[in-house]
Design a binder for this molecule. Structure first.
Ligand code: BES
Ligand code: MN
Ligand code: ZN
Length: 504
């Protein structure tokens, strides 16, 4: 969908979006909304009175062919109580508007953007975030639907944002649109099936970032063998597809001095997780094509940061493997030697993400001495039991880092919930045969013991682990995402970087 900005002018034909807020007396159109309503003889107000629409956040209602006008459709979107309108609510409104257009035939629409009386948000901010929400909602992964008829596809292709502060709105939107590009890249990658996206092809996708000025380095199997990545390679050894480790570097920050120290993001990139010899049940196994979701977020994030030329030095590292059962696969009980030197007893080959990340984390801190490391991983089914699809699990050894991540998540609507770490949980993964075992031998707390395992491969450096297993793929969809890959984490981490780690 293409977004354009222009000065407000009452449209006489076509499709229009207007805003309403929630008041005691019922939904209240903004000033531009009221002008439009007047131009159609009050048909919008009458239609609202006949509907359940309250003007609440996330609500949208479509009014067809109002009055005797040549308008095809007026979509009224709710903003809730004027004093409580936020960026996020503006994005939900944009998403809800696009959702409403799915029912219609319009290929273009104009949104009349003004703020309701008493709203703290500026009009340019409202407009930019509305457009961002609309953009995020308009994404669809339909490249393999070769028989879908054109008339059955969503039609809306152009959205003109009419707003008094055109230049300011455009400027704000450009930055958000860079982030949307990152989100879409991530959604594309998690949506692709595992016969298309596997370690080599995912590394090739990451390499494309070099066009944007990101330095990309790919470690192959030989290099990882030489370095001693026994944990990652143990997972990869059952697959015909060789593993990769990709290092991406965006150097938008200071070149020297303490402020030049990079920050690092790491992602689990299991391009397909069968479970290995500890094989998963067949039902639902297709979901494991998005077990590279953490890596997908890191790639999308690097793209967003590069597109908007973030003033920060950022490292992205992704460990890419396919977890398969075969004659060469690792067996339950195998003991591998990780890059850190610690030996690992692999009691369950389906607890593979932590093995991949163990070597990636160690490599990252050893080579780059980052200010902190944040890893993302679709690590445990147990986090879905804990938090469902509404929060990702956050584990951290550092309160400041945890608070900053949580705050960024609140701000963009990608919520995190902090979970505990502790010595009792750590003991649960002590092994009799090696330094550590990759699962606990009973006792519950599956997401926490997985995090404890990762922490054994983290030195003194501040670190956070986001378990995104429940939020990477959405079966229901939301205001700003159709069902499918969400890109959860890209907007969060972009905001986290912008708020705390960019030089101005
Ligand atoms: N990739 C899975 C976790 C997962 C499950 C992600 C469902 C998304 C949806 C991970 O590799 C895994 O298999 N974890 C096991 C760990 C267990 C063997 C200790 C799990 O959660 O069952
Ligand atoms: Mn697994
Ligand atoms: Zn997995």
């Amino acid at each position: 969908m293409r977004i354009a900005f222009s000065q407000p002018a009452l449209p006489k034909k076509g499709a229009v979006v207007v805003f309403a807020s929630e008041a005691k007396a019922g939904p209240k159109l903004t000033e531009l909304g009221r002008s439009l309503d007047k131009s159609v003889g009050g048909a919008v107000t009458r239609a609202l009175a006949a509907s359940k629409f309250k003007g609440g956040k996330g609500e949208a209602v479509g009014v067809l062919a109002p009055g005797s006008s040549r308008l095809t459709r007026v979509v009224v979107v709710g903003l809730g109580k004027p004093a409580d309108v936020t960026d996020l609510i503006a994005e939900q409104a944009g998403g809800a508007a696009v959702g409403e257009f799915k029912n219609g035939d319009d290929d273009a629409a104009a949104a009349l953007v003004d703020v309701p009386a008493g709203c703290k948000l500026g009009v340019a901010e409202l407009a930019a975030h509305f457009a961002h929400g609309a953009t995020l909602r308009s994404y669809r992964f339909d490249k393999y639907l070769t028989k879908e008829k054109k008339e059955d596809k969503p039609k809306l292709a152009r959205l003109t944002i009419q707003v008094s502060e055109v230049a300011a709105a455009r400027r704000r939107f450009a930055r958000l649109d860079a982030v949307a590009e990152g989100v879409f890249f991530t959604r594309d990658l998690v949506s692709e099936p595992a016969n298309v996206i596997y370690p080599q092809t995912l590394a090739a996708e990451a390499r494309k970032l070099s066009r944007l000025g990101v330095r990309v380095e790919v470690l192959d199997e030989k290099k990882m063998k030489a370095l001693g990545f026994g944990a990652l390679l143990g997972v990869a050894q059952g697959s015909a597809r060789p593993p990769r480790l990709v290092v991406m570097r965006w150097n938008g920050g200071p070149r020297s001095g303490k402020a030049a120290q990079p920050i690092a993001f790491l992602g689990k990139g299991v391009t397909f997780d069968t479970g290995g010899i500890s094989i998963k049940p067949s039902r639902g196994m297709e979901d494991m094509k998005w077990d590279m979701g953490g890596a997908g977020v890191v790639i999308g994030l690097m793209r967003a940061l590069a597109l908007r030329k973030a003033k920060a030095n950022v490292i992205g590292i992704i460990g890419l493997v396919e977890n398969m059962p075969s004659g060469t696969a690792q067996r339950p009980g195998d003991i591998v030697k990780s890059y850190s030197g610690q030996t690992i007893e692999v009691l369950n080959t389906d607890a593979e993400g932590r093995l991949v990340l163990a070597d990636a984390l160690w490599y990252c801190q050893k080579r780059f001495k980052p200010k902190f490391m944040v890893n993302l991983a679709t690590l445990t089914g147990a986090i879905i039991v804990c938090l469902g699809p509404y929060h990702a699990g956050l584990f951290s050894n550092n309160d400041e880092l945890a608070e900053r991540l949580t705050g960024a998540g609140e701000a963009v609507g990608e919520k995190l919930w902090r979970m505990p770490l502790g010595t009792e949980y750590d003991k649960m993964i002590d092994s009799k045969a090696a330094d550590v075992q990759n699962i606990s031998s009973g006792g519950g707390a599956g997401s926490i013991t997985a995090a404890q395992f990762l922490q054994r491969f983290v030195n003194e450096v501040p670190w956070a682990h986001l378990d995104i297993a429940g939020v990477t793929w959405s079966t229901k969809g939301s205001a700003t995402a159709e069902p499918g890959g969400t890109g959860f984490g890209v907007r969060l981490l972009d905001r986290f970087v912008a708020d705390h780690y960019e030089t101005r």
